[in-house]
Design a protein around this ligand. Structure first.
Ligand SMILES: [Zn+2]
Ligand SMILES: [Zn+2]
Length: 287
């Protein structure tokens, strides 16, 4: 194979959609098998009716968001360095000078903890009255499974995930510390949404489990206004929102509102539509 062909293949492999497609196949094989072995709800179908919608989010999201993410990060660098292109380039590749003295494994742990703290509060904000209808899209699947992890309205996803990564880069962490976490993010967010009966036993307070996050996706009269942390439930313990009763199983997931459409355009337009009687905000935090 010639250099031109090799270069083309390399470039194709860099495409966000193709990379996301690889993760989609891997997660489909892994979590479908696990959901058959240890399901939370045995009656839940392995492939739900609206799975195509989430597969679309999964594949198209990375391509759409890649440009937005780069713009946010560069705009921040531009402000930090007052337009010094050389300084921006150096920072974007290596991180801040302090990052050279901190081992990568330690940076990865710090990135995880800082991101989780940021996402905890961002997630709580989206459960407030003003932003709930954007976040309601994520809560809309009645038969929650691993593929549901990617269902986010862009107005929710951009501050939740992209601003979090931008914040880490603006702080000067080595970009490699974020890259190392890409596989972890795919696998962990799919795992907590999967139809699995895992609680992690005594480690339930340390790491978010599928049951921990399933409680979050139940109605507000169950655990819907609790368990906001993506990875570390200790944040919910600290801020008084931990909910994981050991003698109960989480019930039905989904929305109290009955007016969520089952199409992509319907999801995107939902927060801007006039609220129907009985379709008002219901699953918001009671604060
Ligand atoms: Zn939520
Ligand atoms: Zn979720």
């Amino acid at each position: 194979m010639g250099a031109a062909e090799t270069g083309l293949i390399d470039r194709l492999l860099q495409l966000p959609t193709l990379q996301a497609g690889g993760w989609l196949l891997l997660c489909a094989a892994l979590f479908s098998a696990l959901q058959m072995l240890t399901p939370h709800d045995r009656d839940q179908p392995l492939v739900r009716k609206d799975a195509w919608l989430d597969a679309f989010y999964w594949l198209i999201g990375p391509a759409v968001y890649a440009g937005i993410s780069t713009t946010i990060v560069i705009a921040g660098f531009w402000l930090i360095f007052g337009g010094d292109v050389e300084a921006i380039r150096h920072y974007a590749v290596n991180g801040a000078d302090w990052a050279a003295d901190v081992p990568l494994w330690l940076q990865v742990i710090l990135v995880l903890v800082i991101s989780d703290l940021y996402m905890y509060w961002c997630h709580r904000m989206f459960h407030g009255r003003t932003l709930w209808r954007f976040h309601a899209v994520h809560h809309s699947a009645e038969n929650m499974d691993w593929l549901h992890a990617v269902r986010f309205h862009p107005v929710n996803y951009i501050p939740h995930a992209m601003l979090s990564s931008a914040l880490i880069l603006w702080m000067g962490f080595a970009p490699a510390a974020l890259m190392v976490l890409v596989p972890f993010n795919y696998l962990y967010s799919s795992m907590v949404h999967a139809n699995l009966n895992w609680t992690f036993g005594p480690l339930r307070y340390v790491f978010a489990s599928p049951v921990f996050h399933r409680w979050h996706h139940t109605g507000p009269d169950e655990g819907g206004s609790s368990n906001f942390a993506p990875t570390f439930p200790v944040l919910d313990l600290m801020f008084g929102t931990f909910h994981m009763p050991q003698d109960q199983k989480p019930g039905k997931t989904g929305l109290v509102e009955q007016d969520m459409p089952a199409t992509l355009s319907g999801h995107l337009l939902y927060p801007f539509r006039k609220r129907l009687p009985g379709g008002s905000v219901a699953a918001v935090e009671q604060s």
